[in-house]
Design a binder for this molecule. Structure first.
Ligand code: HEM
Ligand code: HEM
Length: 198
């Protein structure tokens, strides 16, 4: 391979998303996993107990945090963020764009459904147990169940897609070795010798 060819690969493998994009990505991932896990845990706890109320309150508090993170993340991505630092073949880039677009769309939908569900009682959504975000819109009581079902279905779709997305990232890292995962971890790339070997 020519020196220029090697330089291109090295530059591509060392490319990183900017720090704020990386922070937003991992905060989103951790909170989404917490949201899903918490919703599997509270039905196992007895109604009216402090433990159950505490888990539901955490879901609401982190839900509000998640909505702020997603909003800031989108503004940052559209206005300032560094995009697609690793150059990939067209097919892989297309699939990645579709999956990432779907993840963003599902997250926005889920946040909207979460707020509708929270407001369906007519009361403000509580942050750290303090009623904080007053209803902008209250759905009719008979639709609450349907919104809850939708919120549950979208949760499973997000988790399924996120698992496939994480598996793809690990495939890039361990099999294709193209620096895609490193671009989102912020970790330094492995040093490459002149012969292209690590
Ligand atoms: C990706 C993020 C989220 C996931 C994966 C998620 C997941 C879930 C799931 C699986 C349920 C149980 C639904 C059912 O069985 O009917 C639930 C309930 C709920 N979620 Fe979320 N949620 C997320 C974000 C949010 C947000 C942003 C809010 C609002 C701020 C929210 C508010 C609620 C409320 C109010 C309930 C009903 C709680 C109750 O039964 O008292 N969620 N969520
Ligand atoms: C619920 C969990 C997750 C969600 C919702 C999520 C969402 C996203 C989204 C929306 C993007 C696109 C970023 C952009 O272009 O603005 C992205 C990129 C990325 N994610 Fe995740 N992610 C999650 C978990 C993970 C995990 C567990 C891994 C690693 C094992 C991972 C690795 C990556 C990588 C490497 C990229 C950059 C891909 C590229 O540039 O082609 N993600 N993620």
């Amino acid at each position: 391979m020519t020196a220029i060819g090697q330089e291109t690969i090295r530059t591509a493998q060392g490319a990183r998303y900017d720090g704020l994009t990386i922070a937003f990505h991992w905060i989103t991932a951790i909170v989404v996993i917490f949201q899903f896990a918490s919703a599997q845990i509270w039905p196992l706890l007895e109604r009216g107990t402090p433990a159950r109320t505490g888990v539901i309150q955490s879901h609401l508090t982190l839900g509000v945090l998640l909505s702020a993170v997603i909003l800031l993340r989108l503004v940052w991505r559209i206005c300032f963020g560094r995009r697609h630092p690793v150059r990939l073949p067209l097919g892989q880039r297309l699939v990645a764009n579709v999956v990432h677009g779907l993840l963003y769309a599902l997250l926005i939908t889920q946040v909207a459904l979460g707020y509708l569900l929270g407001w369906s009682s007519g009361k403000p959504i509580a942050v750290f147990g303090v009623p904080s975000i007053s209803p902008l819109y209250v759905i009719a009581g008979e639709n609450r169940h349907m919104i809850g079902e939708l919120h549950d279905t979208v949760a499973w779709i997000i988790i399924g897609l996120a698992v496939a997305h994480a598996a793809a990232a690990l495939f890039h890292h361990h099999v294709l070795r193209d620096g895609v995962l490193r671009s989102m971890t912020g970790l330094a790339p492995k040093r490459v010798g002149h012969d292209g070997r690590p």
